[in-house]
Every structure is written in structure tokens, then in C-alpha cells.
Design a protein around this ligand. Sequence first.
Ligand code: C2E
Ligand code: MG
Ligand code: MG
Ligand code: MG
Length: 279
Amino acid sequence: HVKQNGGNGYHFFSKELEARSKQRLSLEMDLRQAIEHQEFALHYQPKVWTATQQIMGMEALLRWQHPKKGMISPAEFIPLAEELGLLPSIGRWVIIEGCRQLARWQQQGLPPLKLSINVSPQQLKDKSIITLLGKAIEKFSLSPSQLVIEITESLAMEDSTANVELLHAIKALGVDLSIDDFGTGYSSLSYLKHLPFDELKIDRSFLINIPNDRDEVAIVKAIIAMAQSLDLRVVAEGVEEAPQLEFLNKLQCEVIQGFYFSKPLPSKAFAEFVLSHKQ
Ligand code: C2E
Ligand code: MG
Ligand code: MG
Ligand code: MG
């Protein structure tokens, strides 16, 4: 290439940059149309009580089925959607679709389960999420305590009065609040104590090498002890192997989520999983 471009390396790089920005632009245009074209779906991953292995609920995880590129991971498109200001409207769809599905499952005779919904920083800057949650609860005749809002630690701990007020307003609806990816941020114990959380999810990165890695074991033990002293329900995410489960059970970590039980499933497969699981 260098020779063809007459030794002009800059020319080569600018072509590559141009290709990449074109790619991004086309992804951006596709994302703007994805809601209209109904390309989003929710998959559901079971959350299981550690001690009894009964199903406690499920986490709704967003999937984008791109017509040409196939399934695109949320890790890829959520940051882009957020940057483009599209996440609030996608997030509204997630809340409504999740609640509709939960109500459908109840009508089909599934046991009462808790639905966890991930909420982005942008959504929490806007008070309209309170109204939306209230309306969805009413429209689908749900009990508010059947909903759990998951907020990543970094955001939950952002020390802004507006944020804290919004957390209290969500809590006042009767909805549970959960700190997601705990351990990846810098929250202090005293600060946490003043926030209205019900649940804490230990980030998967701390659980990969338990029970073999001494440092990870120490960290996980400390997180669980702290959560218990604050009366928070502790959830371990990303549990894949039986030894992890046994270790977490011994430490009385209440809830497990991970491929050990199930990957996130389309709604129909999730219902089949629940019905075939001994309760
Ligand atoms: P998260 O909320 O921490 O969700 C858990 C992620 O861990 C999911 O990835 C899930 O598939 C994955 N996971 C669960 N168990 C295991 C396991 O045993 N092993 C491994 N390797 N992975 C496991 P996913 O579905 O790719 O979602 C990634 C992130 O995207 C989520 O992390 C969440 O931050 C975000 N996200 C997903 N759906 C939504 C949504 O509707 N709204 C918003 N704002 N964010 C979402
Ligand atoms: Mg989550
Ligand atoms: Mg998480
Ligand atoms: Mg995570």
C-alpha cells in the first residue's frame, strides 16, 4: 500500500479512518430505525435462590437483531445509543415490553417472579421514568415489588442531589433498587448506607477464579459481609461452575445468576425453563 500511495502513509490511514466512520454512520442510521422496524428483543436470564435453587426472577437483557449483520451485543450498541441520545427511547421500550411480558407470564400461570430492568445514566437524568414506571405497573396490573431497577455502581454513586432524589422517587413507587456491577466503582460504605437500595450484584470479574484465588475470595467475602450488614440482598453474577456455587452458598450469598443455570433466553424458552425447573 505504501508504494501505491507514493509513500504517503497518511493517505493509507485516512482511507481506513474514512471506512470506519462510514461504518459507524451506517450503524447509527440503522440504530435510529431499529425501534420502528422492531429489531429489538428482550432475552431473560434466571436469578435463582442459592439455598433452594428456586427461581427468584429474571433479568431482561436487550438484544438487537440487525437485518444484515445479525445479533449485535448490547456492549457494542448501548454505548453508541447513549452517545447519540437514543437510549431514553430504547429504554422506554425495554420497560414497557418487559412489563408486558411479565404480565403475560402471570396470565399463563407462571409463579410470581421479579423482573430486573437495567437503566442507563441518561434515563436517570429524566424524571419521566417515574411516570413511565407508574403507568406500566398500572397498565399491566403488576405489583410494584415485582420490578427491580438495576443501576451500575458508578452511576448510582454519582454524588448529585438530583440523582439521589430520583432513586428515592423510584423507591417510593414500591419498586426494588439494585446496584449492578458492584466493586467496579468507588463507593464508600457510609454513602451506600444512605441510598435506598434493596439489592447488590457482585460484578462477574470478582467471581471468575473463586474459590481458588485467595485475593478474590477475600474480596467476595468482604463484599458479602458488608452487604449483609446493610440488609441488602446479595446477587452473584456470572456463575458458571459448581464450585463457585458451593462457595457462594457457604457464604450465604442469597441469589445466583449465571450460565451455570442458564444463559439469557428468548421469552418462550424462558417460560419453558421455569416450567421444567423443579420449584
Ligand atoms: P449486566 O447488566 O451486568 O448484565 C449481565 C451480563 O452478564 C449479560 O451480558 C449476561 O449475558 C452476562 N452473563 C450472565 N451470566 C454470565 C456467565 O455466567 N458468564 C458470562 N461470561 N457472562 C454472563 P449482556 O446481555 O451482553 O449485557 C451486557 C450489558 O449491557 C449489561 O450488563 C448491561 O449493562 C447492558 N444492558 C443489557 N440490556 C440493557 C438494557 O435493556 N438497558 C440498558 N441500559 N443496559 C442494558
Ligand atoms: Mg444488570
Ligand atoms: Mg451486572
Ligand atoms: Mg456487568
